[in-house]
Design a binder for this molecule. Structure first.
Ligand code: GDP
Length: 464
């Protein structure tokens, strides 16, 4: 990838639309566009001020392709920090392709995935965590996921780590200075102050690491497992929750279906219902709790919706099943379904028996519903919200790479703490501090390798 090339790509989604946007970045972005563009009043693109827009015609050789708007952003005041041109054209697939092709013919190279943002990072328009947030922002499908991405885009994680890293860097220099005087027994770096900083860093790292479970779940959707005997009404409940007939309801027990994965947004958070088809084959929790597949489903779930048809399952069996789910550490919601078929008094005694069996202590909530009549399904939804705290103002990490780097940083800062405690020599301390600095630096991108950058930007879409 030659970063001196002028690059071009369609920035809007492929396919027909009212308007599409083609973007160029690089030294010749304006010059290349100018060869295909004639503005309405004969103004030259190259003579325009930065952040200006011209209306005009776009030509492929002598053929008029479209009437377009061309925006000019001059370096360094652009997304990439280079000269950037954005062409808004009509969104026909034919026009989009022709415009990109024409610009390629005139000397632009098709951008690699994420290359615009890579250039923005390399030109210091944003740090690495912010660049990654751009990708998360594009992918965000719920209010909470969007919230995390915006926080990172604003430099949330970078600023909390950056300041600590700077302070640690000062200590690293002081300790390294001690190495020059190793003959004399001097300490330029105050060990008490260093220790305070180390504890502060440990705390920050711990909070960020702890936030990953939530952040990651929000980013990917909170996994919910629907568990219960065949015919308890899992598919019907899923339909009712989704308020549509996506799942197939059948009266035949254990009817095999295609895997169904559905998402539902409640209170700004996306919930992902894990493949209940798999559950169906082995979903008699009481008898088949040992079956690996069901176990895995439940292990991966943050919330388990245990659906019971009280007419076909005794309270004791229900309590046993719930007990066996305890080790999953998921929030258990017990759903007694088909209340339309049961007398209120019978339902009442069922609940009473569950109470005697201590089920209240096992579950987050018990709801009685009729999935079929969509009765009290909305009330069930209220138990979902409040499970995940995301709007606390604290930074949440949602990125696997950040988690790995924080983990590594934690390991080396623990070494530093240990070193201070054991009064280790300056050179040993310096090594561990440098290592911590290195790990912290990989998050924001002070330290990068081609591998890291390659991995991150390969996952971007072309045009961003
Ligand atoms: P699953 O095997 O647990 O997914 O159960 P289904 O959702 O396929 O439901 C099995 C049968 O029970 C179907 O005939 C549903 O129509 C019926 N059913 C499910 N929920 C209710 C309910 O709340 N009331 C009534 N009357 N029937 C229900």
């Amino acid at each position: 990838m030659n970063l001196n090339d002028t690059i071009v790509a369609l920035s809007t989604a492929p396919g027909a639309a009212a308007i599409a946007s083609v973007r160029l970045s690089g030294e010749n972005a304006i010059g290349i566009t100018e060869q295909a563009f004639r503005s309405r009043f004969g103004k030259l693109l190259s003579e325009q001020k930065t952040h200006s827009i011209l209306l005009g015609d776009f030509y492929q050789k002598n053929t008029l392709l479209d009437e377009v708007l061309v925006s000019v952003f001059k370096n360094p005041n652009s997304y990439t920090g280079e000269d950037v041109v954005e062409i808004s054209c009509h969104g026909s697939v034919f026009i989009q392709q022709k415009i990109v092709q024409t610009l390629q013919d005139l000397g632009a190279r098709l951008a690699e995935p994420g290359e615009f943002t890579l250039r923005a990072f390399l030109n210091k328009k944003m740090d690495l965590a912010q660049a990654e947030a751009v990708s998360d922002l594009i992918a965000s499908e719920s209010e909470a996921a969007h919230h995390i991405a915006v926080q990172h885009l604003r430099g949330g994680i970078s600023s909390s780590l950056g300041e600590l890293r700077d302070q640690l860097l000062k200590f690293a220099s002081l300790i390294e200075l001690e190495l020059d005087f190793s003959e004399e027994d001097v300490a330029f770096a105050d060990r008490v102050q260093l220790n305070e900083l180390v504890q502060k860093i440990k705390n920050t790292l711990k909070n960020l690491l702890d936030s990953f479970a939530t952040g990651n779940a929000i980013k990917n959707g909170i996994p919910v497992a629907l568990v219960g005997k065949p015919n308890a009404g899992k598919s019907s409940l899923l339909n009712a929750l989704l308020d549509e007939d996506k799942a197939i309801v059948s009266e035949i027990e254990g009817t095999t279906r295609d895997s169904i994965e559905d998402t539902l947004t409640i209170g700004g958070i996306q919930y992902r219902f894990i493949d209940t088809a798999g559950l169906r084959q082995t979903d008699d929790v009481v008898e088949a709790i040992g079956v690996q597949r069901t176990k895995e489903k439940m292990e991966n779930a943050s919330i388990i919706l245990y659906v019971v048809d009280p007419q076909h399952q005794t309270p004791t069996a229900t309590a046993e099943a719930l007990k066996s789910m305890q080790p999953n550490n998921a929030t258990l919601l017990l759903v007694l379904n088909k209340k339309d078929l049961i007398k209120e008094s019978a339902l009442h005694s069922y609940l009473k028996e569950l109470d005697v069996l201590g089920v209240d202590a096992l579950v987050f909530a018990i709801e009685t519903i009729s999935a079929h009549n969509k009765e009290d399904v909305e009330r069930l939804k209220t138990h979902f919200s409040g499970q995940v705290q995301w709007n606390t103002g604290n930074a949440l990490i949602s990125n696997q790479r950040h988690w790995g780097a924080l983990q590594a940083a934690m390991q080396s800062i623990n070494e530093v703490a240990q070193g201070i405690q054991e009064n280790r020599s300056s050179d040993l301390l310096a090594i561990d501090i440098r290592q911590t600095l290195h790990e912290l630096g990989t998050i924001t991108g002070e330290v990068t390798t081609d591998d890291i950058l390659g991995n991150i930007f390969a996952n971007f879409c072309i045009g961003k």
